[in-house]
Design a protein around this ligand. Structure first.
Ligand code: FES
Length: 143
């Protein structure tokens, strides 16, 4: 058994007996390995007696899970309707320029800050009422 397989087995065991263990397992694996790849999906499916398609369906549904590790810092920008109404689209070209290849810029649809958009997230921190200066600063300082 590889180190990765062993760690996945341990994470699954940590959530054994819990009701609805799949999402907590996926979050832990994403946090620890930087992704939930096909090998991880297969191991999780086997351990939880699910089909690989069941696990992959959940992984591919949520923006938080990635199928390969990306070492770049990630900034998520909300481009859902409320943030659009508050001007996020005008910020996107500058944000893309500020990100370049160093920062992974991703689009999400609602961060729960609809009345205080445009909104973005970096790591566990949410940022609201962003203007061009604010989003560019967020991206340029993202580590
Ligand atoms: S629409 Fe952007 S935070 Fe909800």
């Amino acid at each position: 058994m590889t180190t990765k397989e062993l760690r996945i087995t341990e994470i699954v065991a940590e959530h054994a007996g819990r009701e609805g263990p799949l999402l907590p397992i996926l979050h832990d694996i994403q946090a620890e390995l930087g992704c939930v790849d096909a090998e991880s999906e297969a191991l999780i499916a086997l351990a939880l007696n699910l089909s690989r398609a069941d696990v992959h369906g959940v992984v591919s549904f949520y923006h938080d899970f990635h199928d390969h590790a990306d070492p770049r810092p990630e900034v998520q920008i909300c481009r859902a309707e409320a943030c659009k109404a508050r001007g996020v689209e005008a910020l996107v070209p500058g944000a893309e320029k500020a990100a370049g290849d160093r920062v992974k810029l991703t689009t999400v649809y609602c961060l729960g800050l609809c009345s205080a958009g445009p909104a973005a997230r970096h790591g566990d921190r949410l940022h609201a009422r962003l203007d061009a200066k604010g989003i560019n600063h967020l991206i340029e300082t993202a580590r």
